[in-house]
Write a protein that binds this ligand. Structure first.
Ligand code: GTQ
Ligand code: FE2
Length: 230
C-alpha cells in the first residue's frame, strides 16, 4: 500500500471500483469512521408542565377505547427526524395517562417495561393476574412477555412514566406482541400486591419458595411498603 492507501501497480480505476461495489451493495469498511465515538442522540430536557399539558390535550383527542395506550414518547430530537421512537438508541421513555373509569387493555410483548408513577391515585397495573396499586414515586416492573393492563378506578387522572427497551429489542428483530385473548382485562387470580407482601417487606425469598421464571418475582417497589399480613 502506498501512503495514499492506493495499491501499488494499480490497474483498477478507483472510481469505477467504488461505483461497482456500491451498485452491488458492497461497502468498503475503510471509508467508515472506524472506532471513532459516534453519538446518535442529543441531550434534551422535557419540562413536566409542558408535557402534562399535552397529555391532557391527548385525552381530548383519543380515548383508551380507541387506542391501545394513551402515550406520548419522549423522543430524542436526533432520532425523531429519522422516524425512530426512542429516547436513547436503545431505550424509550414515555408518559402515559388514563382517566377515571378507563382501562388500557391487556397485552404482552417481548420488550420489558418499567413504570415510575408521577401523579394520581386509585389506579393499578395488573401484571400476570396480580394487581399493583399505583402511588406517586412507585416503581412497577412489567417483565418481558408478562400480560399487563392498567385501570383507573380513582377520581382523577393517573399519569406515569413508562420505560421500555423497545429500540433494543427492535434492533434484534425480536419484537413479538399479542393481545390478551378475548378480554380487555385479565382475570385477577392473585391477592392484591401479592409479590410485594410476600417478598418486599422481609426482603428475602421464603425458603420453601421455588420460582422458574427468568425475572424477579418482585414486580414493584413502593415508597409506602404494604403492611405485613399477620
Ligand atoms: O403500558 O403497556 O409506553 O405496551 C409503550 C408500550 C406503554 C404499556 C408504552 C406499551 C405500554
Ligand atoms: Fe405494554
Amino acid at each position: 500500500m502506498s501512503k495514499s492507501g492506493a495499491a501499488n501497480n494499480q490497474v483498477v480505476n478507483p472510481e469505477s471500483f467504488y461505483e461497482d461495489v456500491n451498485r452491488l451493495h458492497l461497502s468498503p469498511l475503510w471509508l467508515r469512521q472506524g472506532h471513532a465515538p459516534h453519538q446518535r442522540t442529543v441531550p434534551h430536557l422535557w419540562k413536566w408542565p409542558v408535557v402534562r399539558e399535552q397529555m391532557m390535550r391527548a385525552a381530548e383527542v383519543v380515548s383508551t377505547e380507541n387506542v391501545e395506550r394513551r402515550v406520548l414518547g419522549l423522543v430524542n430530537p436526533a432520532l425523531q427526524s429519522k422516524g425512530f421512537f426512542g429516547t436513547t438508541p436503545n431505550l424509550v421513555a414515555a408518559i402515559q395517562l388514563i382517566l377515571p373509569g378507563e382501562t388500557a387493555l391487556a397485552h404482552h410483548h417481548t420488550p420489558a417495561a418499567l413504570r415510575i408513577i408521577i401523579e394520581g391515585e386509585g389506579a393499578y397495573t395488573c401484571t400476570n393476574g396480580e394487581r399493583c396499586w399505583m402511588e406517586p414515586g412507585d416503581l412497577i416492573l412489567t417483565p418481558a412477555w408478562s400480560y399487563h393492563d392498567h385501570k383507573n378506578e380513582g377520581k382523577g387522572p393517573m399519569l406515569w412514566l413508562d420505560g421500555l427497551d423497545v429500540p433494543l429489542i427492535d434492533a434484534m428483530d425480536t419484537i413479538f406482541f399479542e393481545l390478551y385473548p378475548g378480554k380487555r382485562t385479565q382475570p385477577l387470580n392473585q391477592p392484591d400486591q401479592a409479590s410485594m407482601t410476600r417478598f418486599a417487606v422481609p426482603g428475602m425469598r421464603p425458603a420453601n419458595f421455588s420460582w422458574d421464571k427468568k425475572y424477579s418475582p418482585l414486580t414493584s417497589s413502593k415508597l409506602s411498603a404494604p403492611k405485613l399480613a399477620v
